[in-house]
Design a protein around this ligand. Structure first.
Ligand SMILES: [Zn+2]
Length: 342
């Protein structure tokens, strides 16, 4: 159990929780918070036992959720998402149902630790992906996956991947694969020569990024595998275990000339270190282009592989990250902790 906690092994989540004596907080395995010293650990089979022993639930990994039923409002929102796979649940829709949107969103965020809109994006993607992975036609899968109608399922898939499921076989296809990481699920898209996209599935601009890839390569995205996606799986595992200072999986860098220059510069930032936007602008001999560097940084479609998380403000403070600031913090700390061993 000490090994599982120390290595942030998530495969044991739900089997036990760990209390940290010095802080009085308990976590589930894989928690992104600072790893406690073995002497400080106390183990419990369930969150309930830890609560009884006087520990409070960690706010990062939310171990109480293992035993706690979601609030009625959260369950209602989940049902809404399930029954409306193709459409975004708007504040207007919630109000019409007599639900106060801000209360609903706050409760949802508190229970799941991600925003309601992030949850919707992740669900849309995950459900479509899983259904298609089974290789069944849309008509067969839609009912099993919780979609109420075939047309709803088709609309959801079309919105994300571009074509009605039945026509995918006739088109040039690019495989996509989901990866479980300690920071949540990621999606990777690659052709045989390299990776086009790697993103956290709840990222706001993911749908438009996928659409852009589809358009520029004239292809559809389907769940599947190939050599780069398999290699990426191994490298992600090693990276999150702290054993991989540099990704070697081939990638496609596609953007404007300036964006490509910025991204190539980002790839020169050593593991476990950070530089500022200003530094990058300076290195490109574009001292006045700090903002443009920031924009190019945000337009990166290859999370981790092009390490945009290693760029910070000139004063060293953190600022925007497409995958969320908490992930950026986690990544920087993770790399700093493992830097010495490389
Ligand atoms: Zn925790």
């Amino acid at each position: 159990m000490i090994r599982v906690i120390t290595e942030r092994d998530t495969s044991f989540a739900g089997l036990f929780v760990v209390g940290v004596k010095s802080t009085g907080i308990f976590c589930r395995p894989g928690c992104p918070a600072r790893t406690p010293r073995p002497k400080q650990m106390e183990f419990f089979a369930t969150a309930g036992e830890a609560l009884k022993a006087g520990y409070r639930a960690c706010r990062r990994c939310r171990p109480k959720d293992i035993v706690e039923k979601p609030p009625a409002l959260v369950e209602q929102l989940e049902t809404l998402v399930r029954n409306n796979p193709a459409s975004r649940i708007t504040s207007e829709m919630l109000r019409k149902m007599g639900i106060d949107p801000s209360t609903a969103r706050r409760q949802f965020q508190r229970y799941y630790g991600i925003s309601f809109s992030g949850y919707q994006r992740a669900t849309r993607l995950g459900t479509a992906h899983r259904a298609m992975s089974n290789g069944e036609s849309a008509g067969n899968t839609s009912f099993d996956t919780g979609y109420e109608s075939t047309s709803g399922f088709s609309a959801a898939v079309r919105k994300l991947f571009g074509e009605p499921p039945t026509r995918i076989a006739e088109q040039k296809c690019l495989p996509a694969r989901l990866y479980e990481t300690p920071l949540g699920a990621m999606i990777g898209i690659a052709d045989d020569l390299g990776v086009h996209l790697l993103e956290f599935v709840d990222r706001r601009r993911l749908a438009s990024e996928i659409k852009h890839i589809r358009g520029s390569l004239n292809c559809v995205i389907v769940p599947g595998k190939n050599l780069p996606l398999d290699q990426l799986a191994l490298e992600l595992e090693e990276y999150f275990a702290g054993n991989l200072p540099e990704f070697t999986v081939p990638i496609h860098i596609a953007g404007t000339t300036f964006e490509c220059a910025v991204w190539n510069e980002l790839r020169r930032i050593p593991y476990g270190t950070t530089v500022s936007y200003k530094d990058i602008a300076h290195r490109l001999n574009r001292v006045g282009a700090v903002r443009a560097v920031g924009r190019a940084n945000g337009a990166n479609k290859l999370a981790l592989l092009v390490p945009c998380h290693r760029v910070v403000r000139a004063d060293g403070s953190l600022c925007g990250y497409g995958g969320g600031l908490w992930r950026k913090k986690w990544l920087i700390r993770h790399e700093q902790q493992h830097r010495k061993s490389h």
